[in-house]
Design a binder for this molecule. Structure first.
Ligand code: ADP
Length: 251
């Protein structure tokens, strides 16, 4: 698989606190990539740097082999992001929210409507078209937010904690959707999560803690090399024992 994003020795400080400490890893085309870590680990900072919303103090980010140019329209149109706080207008209907945004991309109302309906169908949200966005449930809002992010058919889709705050059924639903989108569009999906076990079906995971990469590999490979049954155990082992002594004591 080709490298879509290559990160080398990326470092960022806020108020003399090293939030990211020279981290390096790659995200490959078409993979589902999970960034795991506790609050304050540096996940949001890392995503802001990749999106070009903040500037690194050191290191390099390459997108398709070229240096990240925050002002480049080509780079911007390659990436879409769904943050936890939606950017859609709660007073408008789903249809109004999506049609207006689709129009920005295609400059033609008929095509905008077609595009918005297609992306809403992709997230199994067609029945929400005429509802006011503000009255939707958490899971429904998240689906419409993803439909919005798909309007420009991005190569790389970032989902910031897509299952946080959802009930157990909606969480399972969201995971099914993520896998379906990845298959349909052959899109690279990068997500952050606190829920270790939800990341088990990712192609690769990056575990961050206090700005450092604690682990970076496929879930099965991590479980094997740390002799653990679950990703949660891998993470706890790394956190509790430090990097010199890896063995999972639960086995
Ligand atoms: P996570 O997303 O893993 O919870 P963050 O990247 O949000 O972690 O934060 C990592 C650390 O960086 C935290 O200690 C946070 O307080 C600090 N931080 C993040 N953004 C800023 C900012 N804009 N100004 C100052 N400190 C920040």
């Amino acid at each position: 698989m080709n490298e879509l994003v290559k990160i080398s020795n990326l470092a960022k400080q806020y108020n003399n606190q090293e939030v990211l400490k020279a981290i390096s890893f790659s995200i490959h085309e078409g993979e589902l990539f999970s960034i795991l870590g506790p609050n304050g680990a540096g996940k949001s900072t890392l995503i802001s740097l990749i999106l070009g919303l903040a500037k690194p103090d050191a290191g390099e980010i390459l997108l398709e082999g070229r240096k990240l140019e925050t002002q480049s329209i080509e780079h911007k149109s390659m990436i879409s992001v769904v943050f936890q706080n939606s950017i859609l207008d709660p007073a408008l209907t789903v249809k109004e929210n999506l049609f207006i945004r689709a129009y920005f991309y295609v400059n033609n109302w008929k095509e905008a409507k077609r595009l918005a309906k297609e992306k809403l169908a992709d997230v199994q949200g067609s029945h929400l078209l005429n509802k006011r966005y503000g009255v939707l449930s958490g899971g429904e809002k998240r689906k419409v937010d993803i439909a919005r992010a798909l309007l420009n058919t991005p190569k790389l889709l970032f989902l910031d904690e897509p299952t946080t705050g959802l009930d157990i059924g909606s969480r399972a639903d969201m995971w099914r959707l993520i896998h379906q989108l990845k298959e349909k569009y052959r899109m690279t999906i990068v997500l952050t999560t606190h829920y270790m076990e939800e990341a088990k079906d990712s192609d690769n995971v990056l575990m961050l803690d206090a700005g450092r990469v604690m682990a970076y590999d496929a879930p099965e490979a991590l479980k094997k090399s740390y002799h653990c049954l679950t990703l949660e155990d891998v993470f706890l082992t790394i956190m509790e024992k430090g990097r010199e002594n890896y063995e999972c004591f639960s086995l």
